[in-house]
Design a protein around this ligand. Structure first.
Ligand code: KG4
Ligand code: ZN
Length: 338
């Protein structure tokens, strides 16, 4: 039964959590979003500096809120890949140092494995096999979760990730950063049938389309063309309708692929993870389709969809319970397959 102190600094959240297996004892998330908003996106060097300034306070607060001291901590973990190298280094170095000083086992965790494990925080009885639909700012993947650490990627995006598409379309619509939450909010007030946008299918050389891979760059270009057309015609853009139509298209595309994949592989549970799992349109579409196909779909609570350290702690606890540890020489990687 492992109690883990976990750190997540792969992008723009400085997060520290204390997790006892699948139970969250504390979860601190110091968001840098307001700092990066003025630049319209995450500035890597600024992110690293912010992590440095915040991390020690976040660690102290996580311990205080969980009401534990170092004696109760069985292991220390941090995200080691993928992500911004400078940002990852801050969290990983802090974790290694603490492991050395307090003589605790250390573990580096893959960020995507963390997003998969986020579902366990609200569904502690869930066990593999299941299908993970991982939709974040950097990834759009369908992953067959076979066991702890045993994963097979069945589908991916061929270009932009789902969250990236939300962020880029938000920029086109002058809605600021990050785009997902603001498009989600506007979409609720718009007509999702107002515009027919391309879903993005991957053609196969032998004919037909790839059943699980997605593509969002054509959709993004279609929104750009729409914006340009309204500008050319001197008309004001119906932003809410564009947001709703875009979100509807993304949700339909992801839902279709996830349901097809789960059915093909005989997996009765789809666990969704990553920032886009917070999207209300996706939640609605997928829940409805899953009901029709007699599948179970699980979404983490909103606070564990976007980046957090509780999911990293939950992953680490499972590995540490199996005797898995990392050497203190472990490095960080900006890209690393699951
Ligand atoms: O998982 P995450 O916090 O970080 C990565 O690992 O990338 O995901 C961040 C992404 C951003 O692209 C953000 O726009 C998107 O998740 N996102 C959303 C929503 N909330 C966050 N996208 C759609 N709807 C949302 N409600
Ligand atoms: Zn993430």
């Amino acid at each position: 039964m492992a109690t883990v102190l976990a750190i997540e600094t792969s992008c723009d959240e400085t997060a520290v959590a204390i997790v006892n297996n699948r139970q969250v004892c504390s979860s601190i998330i110091a968001s840098q979003i307001p700092v990066h908003q003025q630049y319209g996106g995450v500035v890597p060097e600024v992110a690293s500096r912010q992590h440095l300034e915040t991390i020690n306070g976040a660690i102290a607060l996580a311990l205080e809120q969980a009401e534990v001291d170092w004696g109760k901590i069985d292991g220390i973990a941090a995200t080691c890949a993928p992500g911004l190298v400078g940002a990852l280094l801050v969290g990983l170095t802090a974790a290694k140092t603490l492991a050395m000083v307090h003589n605790k086992p250390f573990l580096g965790v893959h960020h995507l494995e963390g997003h998969i494990y986020a579902t366990y925080l609200s569904e502690p009885t869930l066990e593999p096999p299941f299908l993970s639909l991982l939709v974040s700012g950097g990834h759009t993947s369908l992953i067959h979760v076979k066991d702890c650490g045993v994963y097979e990627t069945l589908g991916e995006t061929r270009d932009d990730a789902a969250g990236e598409a939300f962020d880029k379309v938000a920029r086109l619509l002058h809605l600021g950063y990050p785009g997902g939450p603001v498009i989600d909010k506007l979409a609720k007030q718009g007509n999702p049938q107002a515009f027919t946008l391309p879903e993005g299918k991957i053609s196969l050389p032998e004919g037909g389309y790839h059943r699980y891979d997605a593509s969002f760059s054509g959709l993004k270009t279609a929104v750009l063309r729409l914006v340009q057309q309204f500008e050319k015609d001197g008309q004001s853009l119906p932003t809410k309708d564009v947001a709703a139509s875009f979100q509807e298209t993304v949700a339909r595309s992801l839902t279709k692929r996830a349901i097809t994949c789960a059915t093909d592989y005989g997996l009765s549970t789809i666990a969704v993870g990553g920032g886009v799992a917070a999207n209300s349109g996706l939640r609605q579409h997928l829940q409805q389709a899953a009901q029709t196909h007699n599948l179970r779909v699980l979404f983490p609570p909103l606070k564990f969809c976007t980046d957090n350290a509780a999911m990293i702690g939950c992953t680490a606890a499972d590995h540490l319970n199996r005797g898995h540890t990392s050497p203190l020489t472990l490095g960080v990687h900006s890209r690393l397959a699951l």
